[in-house]
Design a binder for this molecule. Structure first.
Ligand code: SF4
Length: 63
């Protein structure tokens, strides 16, 4: 069923968010997985739900 690997169940690679301290995985009732960017709460120039994969991000901070 749900994959717990690096990719979302849809097979999408989140890119940089995968390993970023600001990343928060949100799982919907239907099993879809979204990445919420917690940096968006401090800086509105970052989208709350970034379009994946994020390949380049000035806020990226590795875990
Ligand atoms: S700061 Fe950038 S890399 Fe980190 S979670 Fe937000 S969008 Fe993703």
């Amino acid at each position: 069923m749900l994959s717990t690997g690096d990719k979302t169940p849809g097979g999408q690679d989140p890119g940089l968010c995968k390993n970023c301290v600001y990343e928060r995985r949100i799982e919907s009732d239907r099993g879809s997985v979204f990445i919420m960017c917690k940096l968006s709460f401090e800086d509105s120039s970052f989208p709350k739900y970034p379009r994946l994969p994020v390949l380049n991000c000035s806020g990226y901070l590795p875990k």
